[in-house]
Design a protein around this ligand. Structure first.
Ligand code: HEC
Length: 138
């Protein structure tokens, strides 16, 4: 190896180190992954019928029926400021998903005397979509 070659080798090694340094600097601050925004989930089409009587936003006013925010797992007949039927008020139901499913299929079979006057949702897939949606309201 001549002196000239040794100098070149050293110079190239230095350039390579400089390049590593530059790229390490460039990659040293990756953008933080964007935090998922807590966005409201869109209701399924089957919920349109419920919307006519029920609000879903937290703290929204009761309609013909009570507000449904946080209803899954909650005790029946306890929404503040809503005048329930004595049947619902005294039902001591807890709205677990299976109980909601039965109620939505045939309201007056589960709460005889309820004032929720709908014939019931006969399609199990639609009830399941509605309940999955209700579970997001928390
Ligand atoms: C015509 C109006 C009307 C429609 C449509 C309606 N509801 Fe209701 N809902 C009511 C009323 C009124 C009550 C109160 C029942 C009572 O006090 O007996 C109620 C009560 C409820 C309750 C019990 C709430 C609690 O605080 O215990 C749930 C759950 C519920 N409705 C879900 C639904 C869902 C889901 C749909 C759509 C499939 C729906 N409702 C459609 C009027 C309606």
């Amino acid at each position: 190896m001549t002196h000239a070659n040794a100098y070149l080798t050293a110079a190239m090694a230095g350039a390579a180190l400089l390049l590593i340094g530059v790229s390490a600097h460039g990659a040293g601050h990756p953008a933080a992954p964007a935090a998922p925004m807590p966005a409201a989930v869109a209701p399924p089409p089957a919920f349109a019928t419920c919307n006519a009587c029920h609000s879903t936003a937290k703290g929204a006013a009761n309609g013909v029926g009570p507000n449904l925010f946080g209803i899954v797992g909650a005790a029946a007949g306890k929404r503040p400021g809503y005048a329930y039927s004595p049947a619902m008020k005294g039902s001591s139901i807890r709205w677990a998903p299976a109980k909601l499913d039965a109620y939505l299929a045939d309201p007056k079979a589960i709460v005889p005397g309820t004032k929720m006057m709908i014939p019931g949702i006969k399609d199990a897939a639609k009830r399941s979509e509605i309940i999955s949606y209700l579970e997001t309201l928390k």
